[in-house]
Design a protein around this ligand. Structure first.
Ligand SMILES: Nc1ncnc2c1ncn2[C@@H]1O[C@H](COP(=O)(O)OP(=O)(O)OP(=O)(O)O)[C@@H](O)[C@H]1O
Ligand SMILES: CC(C)(CO)[C@@H](O)C(=O)[O-]
Ligand code: BAL
Length: 280
């Protein structure tokens, strides 16, 4: 496995591999890798000849009040996981190379990114689309793999790829969960044992909502009432949003149509912000 830190070296390596006809798969990450990331790597390996994992904690997607400084950085552990899963190249650029002092160009999607997390994290997706556009230009992937756990992120990236005619296939990998259903996430590390117990309520609430829909309930209000009721049973949990939206544009729906929408939630578990979703 090769570890590349230089942007120029990553770009020339990819250009050379592409010229040999090799398909390149990219898994963009912020590191602190877990089984969720591992399943994205496995998906990338199935779809490409060369699998590249990028590791970069992207400052532009964090608000000044958020956890950029505190975000876990565990390069040795990450390299071991990548090696174990047969990654060919880890691309781990420095912040100064990605955003030199003179940096001034941003990519912004203006519809899909504005609701849900876009309300409480107004510049977040602008940071995500900017870093992904840069990674796509540097790594030149044929396929880029993202996790369904971040459903709005997937929809925003899909729209950017489409709007900007980027020649990239978007592959979406299912959410990998803990035994009690909690979506695996690097931020789960922040949870105390008591908070970790209450975190299981998020998937419980989503599953109860889905079960109503599976039993023919089409009323958005009825399903959201159930979801918020369950989340409300923990005094530690504060709901940021709980919405039913269409899968492509992330806009609120009036009525549940099976196969077309999902329940998305974000909440504060004390000081830790968690998101999850379930397809209906
Ligand atoms: N449990 C999971 N199942 C599937 N994909 C996941 C899971 N967790 C993260 N991913 C995906 O991994 C990619 C990189 O995500 P990231 O490095 O931010 O990890 P994370 O665990 O989501 O961290 P965070 O706590 O910051 O949300 C994203 O495409 C994300 O959707
Ligand atoms: C896609 C991403 C790596 C961009 O920084 C990040 O938003 C993430 O880890 O989901
Ligand atoms: N996986 C989402 C990255 C973030 O919350 O910044």
């Amino acid at each position: 496995m090769q570890v590349i830190r230089s942007i120029n070296e990553m770009q020339s390596t990819s250009i050379s591999n592409r010229s040999k006809g090799q398909l390149i798969g990219l898994v963009p990450t912020m590191g602190a890798l877990h089984e969720g990331h591992a399943s994205l790597i496995d998906t990338a390996k199935e779809k490409s000849d060369i699998t590249i994992v990028s590791i970069f904690v992207n400052p532009t997607q964090f608000a000044p009040s958020e956890d950029f400084q505190q975000y876990p950085r565990e390069l040795e552990h990450d390299l071991a996981l990548c090696e174990k899963h047969g990654v060919d190249i880890v691309f781990a650029p420095s912040e100064e190379d990605i955003y030199p002092k003179s940096y001034s160009t941003f990519v912004e999607e203006n519809v899909v990114s504005k609701g849900l997390c876009g309300i409480s994290r107004p510049n977040h997706f602008r940071g995500v689309t900017t870093i992904c556009a840069k990674l796509f230009n540097i790594v030149r992937p044929d396929v880029a793999v993202f996790g369904q756990k971040d459903a709005q992120q997937c929809a925003v990236i899909r729209k950017m790829i489409d709007d900007l005619q980027m020649p990239i296939e978007l592959a979406i990998s299912p959410t990998i969960r803990e035994e009690d259903g909690l979506a695996k996430s690097s931020r789960n590390q922040y949870l105390t044992p008591e908070q970790r117990k209450d975190a299981g309520l998020i998937f419980k609430a989503l599953s109860e909502g889905k079960s109503l829909a599976d039993n023919g309930v089409q009323s958005v209000d009825r399903i959201i009432a159930e979801v918020t009721h369950t989340l409300g049973t923990s005094r530690r949990l504060r709901i940021i949003y709980a919405s039913i939206v269409d899968k492509m544009m992330m806009q609120p729906v009036k009525e549940v149509k099976s196969g077309e929408c999902l329940i998305a939630v974000a909440c504060w578990l004390d000081q830790v912000r968690l998101i999850d979703n379930i397809e209906l």
